[in-house]
Write a protein that binds this ligand. Structure first.
Ligand code: CA
Ligand code: CA
Ligand code: CA
Ligand code: CA
Length: 509
């Protein structure tokens, strides 16, 4: 007996190691078997991260051009998505016992980017649009939220949560958000032979694991010259980003000048207006012009986000501009980026202050991303290695004041938005800057432009009506500039469908 016991002892740690979570244990990879490029990307990633080959799923999605030379493969209609992607995938997950074992789904170039729905009038986009990114829909597998129009009922329950995804799932087993989805894609230049791993994608995979650059810097590029309805996002989305990073003590460049920042070296985290910047330097915003590189060179494991509507509309080369493209950031060496496959509107963008702050603190990029997007099943996509993370940085300070406004989190009545004065005119414990719920029913609502009947009026319309009539109601003055204007309406829109806050736990009035 004793001998047996001794023999068994050294085995114990091995057995435990076998049961423990390896970084790639919760990953599965989706490739389109009709595309050699897609298969090559899936295999390269599996090899890089040690994902077991039986976790690569080959779907069969017919392609007009298997070499992916044009953008036709990037969209799919709803019926085909259901038949060729969702149903086969749900069946595989059930057959292989992956429903709870898989945590992260990695999609590859060759799997369509976007489920295309019928066109919708702009005014009703947030209510009726059934378009979505394929990745956003895959995060909702087995949930009835897949295919639901608009975002009115799609507030992300993981939003602004500072906990691991596995723990979130354990606490909220019924939540529609089932999986975190990341996409490995980038340009495949016409010069590259078909069927091989595109160079940009190879580099994306490699740079997510490359040695960290301890001198790397973080860049938040605001733009004070934007029209008021957009400019307000400098305050609501970007100044909190700078505040949070400053507070963590990272090497930070906070650019508050109108010029688009360029020629910076070794950027680790990046947030800007991209091509929406009023002084966009070149078509598409990113790249080289007149000896200057916009925004500059990226460090290994760099994570980028910009406030641009359709920056992930395509990864096909050569690109067409207007708006700037995530694909160009990938070409510049970014290893992770947030994007949108269609118009998300300003409320739909990933919150840079959550994304970059959590990432700086060592959270996996994919968790930082999923806690930063406000809605599920919408236009959002994360491009890059989901497992990418930073090692703890020297001198990193702990964040007791998330938005850096001098009010510690435990008492800050708007934790994500700087509001040093803590103005809270209705005294409900939420500061005005994050309290567009002016009728105090627990949620920021819209009546889609209709102000009457009064009983159905949304918070946004209530504020818009005050602004139109030139009146003043302190609760409707969200930014505290002593007038109720278009700016306040815009703030309310950014906070649509969400509860007020997040702020300090509700204090009694
Ligand atoms: Ca605050
Ligand atoms: Ca309030
Ligand atoms: Ca409300
Ligand atoms: Ca105001």
């Amino acid at each position: 007996m004793r001998l047996h016991f001794l023999l068994l002892v050294p085995l114990v740690p091995l057995v435990l190691a076998g049961c423990a979570q390896g970084p790639a244990d919760g990953v599965c990879i989706l490739v389109n078997g009709e595309s050699p490029v897609s298969v090559a990307i899936g295999e390269a990633y599996a090899k890089a991260r040690g994902v077991s080959r039986d976790r690569i799923v080959q779907l069969a999605i017919p392609l007009a051009d298997p070499s992916l030379g044009d953008d036709r493969h990037e969209s799919i209609d709803r019926e085909s998505f259901e038949r060729l992607i969702r149903k086969p995938l749900e069946r595989i997950f059930q057959e292989r016992g992956w429903v709870d074992a898989v945590e992260i789904i990695v999609t590859t170039k060759g799997i369509p980017l976007r489920v295309e729905g019928p066109a919708v009038p702009t005014r009703y986009l947030l209510r009726e649009d059934t378009s979505a990114s394929v990745d956003a829909e895959l995060s909702l597998l087995f949930s009835p939220l897949i295919g639901s129009p608009g975002i009115g009922n799609s507030a992300n329950p993981y939003f602004a949560k500072n906990l691991g995804f596995r723990e979130f799932r354990a606490r909220h087993p019924q939540a529609a958000l089932r999986y975190m989805v990341a996409r490995l894609t980038g340009y495949q230049t016409p010069a590259e032979p078909g069927g091989v791993l595109p160079r940009d994608v190879a580099r994306l995979i490699e740079r997510a694991r490359a040695k960290q650059d301890k001198r790397a810097l973080w860049l938040g590029d605001l733009d004070p010259d934007l029209p008021g309805s957009l400019e307000i996002a400098n305050q609501v989305l970007l100044s909190g980003t700078i505040g949070s990073l400053e507070n963590l003590g990272v090497r930070l460049v906070a650019d508050t000048e109108p010029a688009f920042a360029g020629n910076l070296e070794a950027i680790q985290g990046y947030a800007s207006w991209g091509s929406n910047a009023s002084r966009e330097p070149i078509p598409g915003a990113y790249g080289e012009s007149k000896g200057k590189l916009y925004p500059g060179s990226f460090a290994p494991r760099a994570l980028a986000t910009d406030l641009v509507s359709t920056n992930a509309r395509s990864f096909t080369a050569p690109p067409s501009y207007g708006q700037s493209l995530v694909a160009d950031l990938v070409a510049l060496g970014v290893a992770g980026a947030t994007g949108h496959v269609g118009e998300p509107t300003l409320p739909g963008v990933a919150r840079p202050q959550i994304l970059l702050s959590r990432y700086a603190q060592g959270t996996r990029a994919i968790e930082a991303y999923y806690s930063a997007i406000p809605y599920l099943g919408w236009m959002n996509v994360y491009v890059g290695d989901p497992l990418m993370r930073l090692e703890p940085m020297e001198n990193l300070q702990s964040s007791m004041d998330f938005d850096g406004d001098g009010q510690l989190d435990w008492r800050d009545n708007c934790r994500l938005i700087p509001n040093p004065r803590q103005r809270d005119t209705d005294g409900d414990g939420y500061g005005n800057i994050c309290d567009a719920d002016v009728d105090s029913d627990g949620r920021v609502t819209t009546s889609w432009g209709e102000s009457f009947p009064r009983s159905l009026r949304g918070d946004v319309e209530a504020i818009a009506l005050t602004a139109r009539d030139g009146g003043y109601r302190p609760d409707h003055d969200l930014d505290g500039d002593n007038e109720v204007s278009e700016r306040d309406v815009s703030i309310a829109q950014i906070l649509l469908f969400m509860p007020p806050g997040p702020g300090a736990s509700r204090r009694s009035p």
